[in-house]
Design a protein around this ligand. Structure first.
Ligand SMILES: [Zn+2]
Length: 229
């Protein structure tokens, strides 16, 4: 089995476990063990995205140097996204994402979040709070679990939406909050399922009670299955 971009500079303990690799130590950012499998589609997809010109570099979407290092984590051509829709919606703190995520985040904000904010609050969204983007860790921080899509910069967690008026809608407080908060948050959650292959929110489990998780993982045999919970 060949691992992508593994440069063994740090001591990595590697155990073969039924086709997976159990890795311990992931750069210097995490001590959590995880299992990861070599998945060639990731590089193919990233290259195709970059070649397609789907991501336009702006003051708000900057190319960054490769993420990862001596592990399976990371991506070779990540971007730092500090705002969407030409700067109209700030993303704080900026998200580190691989190419295919950027246009999907833009579409979700433009086609789902903005219309929902106009419909239910009569105003635009000024800012979304990024609870997590790139992070080399196991799913749900559970030792021994599969490497999270966050480990590939292929996932984004959003915990709150700030409107132009300054009003803040949090996933944690609003999911069971006022009628308007509930409708807005369910609309943007359900709408995300059109843009991402995995969408998890408070209905999924307690780990997601305070944010929406969105990623572009491949699910199922053909990779086309979607998870929307
Ligand atoms: Zn997440």
């Amino acid at each position: 089995m060949v691992l992508r971009r593994v440069r063994v500079l740090l001591p990595l303990s590697i155990l073969m476990v039924s086709g997976f690799m159990l890795l311990s130590g992931c750069g210097s950012s995490s001590n959590v063990d995880f299992v990861a499998k070599y998945e060639p589609w990731r590089k193919t997809e990233e290259n195709a995205c970059i070649a397609s010109g789907a991501v336009h570099r702006t003051n708000f979407i900057r190319a960054r140097s490769a993420l990862g290092g001596p592990s399976v984590c990371g991506t070779e051509n990540p971007y730092e996204m500090s705002a969407a829709l030409g700067g109209r919606i700030s993303m704080k703190p900026p998200a580190l994402l691989r190419c295919p995520m950027i246009p999907q985040v833009e579409r979700w904000l433009a086609d789902v979040v903005e219309p929902a904010a106009r419909q239910y609050y009569g105003q635009r969204v000024a800012e979304v709070t990024v609870a997590a983007s790139y992070g080399c860790r196991a799913m749900n921080h559970v030792s021994g679990a599969r490497l999270s899509e966050h480990g590939y910069a292929n996932a984004l967690d959003i915990s709150r939406f700030t409107l132009e008026s300054g009003e803040v809608i949090t996933v944690k407080g609003g999911w069971y909050g006022t009628e308007r908060e509930r409708v807005f948050l369910r609309t943007v959650h359900n709408g995300a399922c059109e843009n991402f292959t995995t969408v998890l929110g408070p209905n999924y489990d307690a780990n997601h009670r305070d944010h929406f998780h969105m990623d572009l993982a491949r699910h199922g045999r053909d990779g086309l299955m979607r998870i929307c919970k």
